[in-house]
Design a protein around this ligand. Structure first.
Ligand code: FVH
Length: 293
């Protein structure tokens, strides 16, 4: 039996992420053509066997699959417009961060040029690409996704979210919101202990242990949101609203800006005022999404 043919691919954009993606495609054995606005960024990839295109159109013409990883939607649109005549018959997988509305517009534009469009959200930082723990969300043209699924697995685990091209972006941005919430909390906590004179290195194991324990609560909280049964499980919103004032007062005494924390206090107070004091934290989702009376 002959080995499966490695189909030619192209990568547009060789920033930190684009270089990692191109490297993974080369490592998987694909003939890979790369293009970047600043050509010097392609040097290491050329050394690893990539063909370097002189224009985005030349790269698109060389690849049956075109992976796009540029700064933002505006740049992506301008680069693809310059390559438009070469797009017909290709599959475009756009891994640039963007909104659902941007994904819908680009899907329509790409499809109108005779190509298939899959949108993606990379849940990894560059050094994780191709390593355990990396995963990528995809949505859009399902036939194209299935056609290229094996190739896309070179980046990390794949999660298919359906035919709506905006679905990957919603989930990508939601996961980033969770990440920034965690890092925002960590940064605030770090400022507090530093202001109190504790070396942050000594605090790190404490915060890691505490957040790890709290992460274990998430599946139950998610189930509570789905069922609408917001059991306080010993930690009512009323109790949490009462103690949150201490957190803000301590920040004031320490000279720490509580700007990241005040919105949480406001949400707790609003929940209690609206009669949810005996429920648990999961009830706050209803206030954010405005479906709680
Ligand atoms: N790096 C990360 O941790 C995250 C992980 C999750 C996904 N994001 C998104 O991936 C997109 C690219 O991110 P990146 O890390 O590669 O970003 P940069 O290293 O800043 O590279 C940006 C590339 O975009 C090119 N570019 C910028 N402006 C233009 C332009 N006007 N015309 C053409 N190309 C442009 C830039 O080219 P150059 O500056 O090297 O010439 C890079 O190729 C992004 O959506 C993340 O949110 C990364």
């Amino acid at each position: 039996m002959s080995a499966p043919r490695h189909r030619p691919v192209a990568v547009l954009g060789l920033g930190a992420m684009g270089r990692a993606l191109a490297g993974a495609l080369l490592a998987a054995g694909h003939p890979t053509t790369v293009w970047n606005r600043s050509p010097e960024r392609s040097a290491a990839l050329a050394g690893a066997g990539a063909d370097v295109a002189g224009s985005a159109a030349e790269a698109v013409a060389a690849g049956e699959l075109v992976v796009v990883c540029l700064l933002d939607d505006d740049v992506t649109r301008r680069v693809l417009e310059r390559a438009a005549p070469a797009l017909a018959g290709r599959t475009v997988v756009n891994l640039t961060n963007g909104t659902p509305a941007q994904a819908h517009r680009l899907a329509e534009w790409v499809t109108a040029r005779g190509a298939r469009y899959v949108d993606g959200g990379i849940m990894a930082v560059p050094f994780m690409i191709g390593q355990p723990g990396a995963f990528v969300l995809y949505s859009g043209a399902e036939d194209a996704f299935l056609d290229w699924r094996d190739t896309l697995e070179a980046f990390g685990d794949v999660h298919w979210l359906g035919a709506d091209p905006g679905r990957a972006a919603v989930h990508d941005l939601a996961l980033l919101a969770a990440m920034y919430g965690m890092f925002g909390g960590f940064l605030h906590a770090t400022a507090m202990v530093r202001a109190a004179g504790t070396p942050v290195g000594r605090f790190a194991p404490m915060v890691t242990g505490w957040l790890t324990a709290m992460l274990g609560e998430l599946p139950a909280m998610a189930a509570a949101v789905d069922s609408g049964e917001h059991d306080a499980d010993g930690s009512s919103l009323r109790m949490q609203a009462a103690s949150f004032g201490n957190l803000l007062a301590a920040c004031r005494d320490l000279g720490v800006d509580a700007g990241l924390m005040r919105p949480v206090r406001d949400l707790l107070d609003e929940a209690v005022a609206r009669g949810h004091g005996e429920e648990g934290l999961s009830a706050l989702v209803g206030l954010l999404h405005d479906d709680v009376g």
